[in-house]
Write a protein that binds this ligand. Sequence first.
Ligand code: SAH
Length: 541
Amino acid sequence: MPLPSKTTGKVYFVGAGPGDPGLITLRGVECLRMADLVLHDYLVNRELLDHAPPSAEKVCLGHHHTGREYSQEEVNAQMIAAARAGKSVVRLKGGDPLVFGRAAEETAALAAAGIAYEIVPGVTAAIAAAGYAEIPITSGQQASAVAFITGHERSAKAGERLDYAALADFPGTLVFYMGIRSADRWSQALLARGKPPQTPAAIVRRCSWPDQEVVRCTLGDIAEVVETRGIRPPAVIVVGEVVEAMPAASWFAAQPLFGKSVLITRPRESRLGDWSIFRREDTADNFDFPRIMDLSPSPRDEMTENLRAWGAEVLFQSAIAISAPLDWGPLDRALARLEEFDWLVFSSMNGVRYFLERLLHGGGDARRLGKAKIAAIGPSTAEELKNCRLRADLVPGEFRAEALADALCAEAAGRRFLLIRASRGREVLAEQLAAAGATVEQVVAYSSIDVERPDEAVAARLAAGGIDWITVSSSSIARSLAKLFGENLRRTKLASISPVTSATLRELGFEPAVEARQFTAIGLAEAILERENEIASIPSR
Ligand code: SAH
């Protein structure tokens, strides 16, 4: 193996696992983080590509029947050319790269070209099926061995290459890959060699994906079950006595939100923590947002984590894009005279982030806040302040501008308030404070614009009724969603974060299915869980 040099890149064969984005190794994620080019199989979860830098080129190597399919020679040539140009290339393969993954053909080409490579193992489909369908593929009493077998032999003309007599006698579990279309052939071959037709079997389709399907059958009726149920690849078929131990619903399928999809619509940057992709291209000021999110996981990430922990499929479609304000001038001028204010009022997490980052950017830090008291409109905003090691002096019990105004009005007369806000928003707070005798200045810390076009796949899925829930976490998101999806919003259930947001939805003609009791992202997730539990507990007749 040639020594890696600074001028030549390297190719990383990374096992992506079976589908669940959590089933990639830490090393695999590390490789993706430093990738310049990612060449991925059709079957890998696209979410994994988010680990790669936004600047990395991502190429899907295609699949039969869909779009362009790359030949092995083309793939090899592309890897070699990129590595020679000094790039880090990740070849992301489903499951494990060396289990029916053909990585060996690719590493041979690299070795011949003198390109260095590394292989990062992954969770192969058989092992994933064991875990996610709860089949103990080896088991003390019933199976001391397991075999991974292809149901798809390369050359049918050359006859059966597999020794089915040996497989029929194999003292353990058989796991067939690529065995759906050929189920009739290989199951007949085993039966013909004397394997009992009543041998238990399980078809595990799309293992570890939100639409995982598990079907119990026997060796004798596999082909018929595949045919009558119309089961399509990808699936593994586990054949052996161990299948007896499989529960009717595994831990995975028994999760409370298993099979439910939730579309999250908040601005995407709140999720990724990668501010760079939202930097305004058109501003001369190339203010580089640091990755404060890496240090301070936002409570909104917990919503995704909660939903996933309950087994939901989480989809993303930002309704709003957050970015730097068109003009930093007003914020910079306010920051220069911070000591003049008695109160700093934050009405969103993003306000906190942009305000503090800009303060730091200009050479200041928390000491500049001096005597000013801090108010936060709600718990998430207060939490974000806390992440930045600042304590909110006031958080109203109710998450709405009116409640904040009421709480502040008692102190308002003669005081100076700085309201830190988005480029649009409600005027209630400023008006009420001014009416109570305060001096109010408002400053735009970030701009918020409607996303104009939805992702095509998301829009199509919604139109087909394939999305169970959409989270609506602000009034501006509600309005943007109405523009993005229109009447198709009736094909899903809407989860509203607060009474204000619900009122906006109703104004737009959409009735929310649930409203969060706690006006936070986590409250939203909990409302969805509660409603789904209610639905599940209604006895079906
Ligand atoms: N390298 C992969 C296998 C690639 S061959 C691995 O280690 O898993 C493709 C076959 O893998 C499919 O036909 C199917 O049999 C199996 N497979 C891949 N992903 C799967 C999944 N999520 N659920 C069930 N089977 C899967």
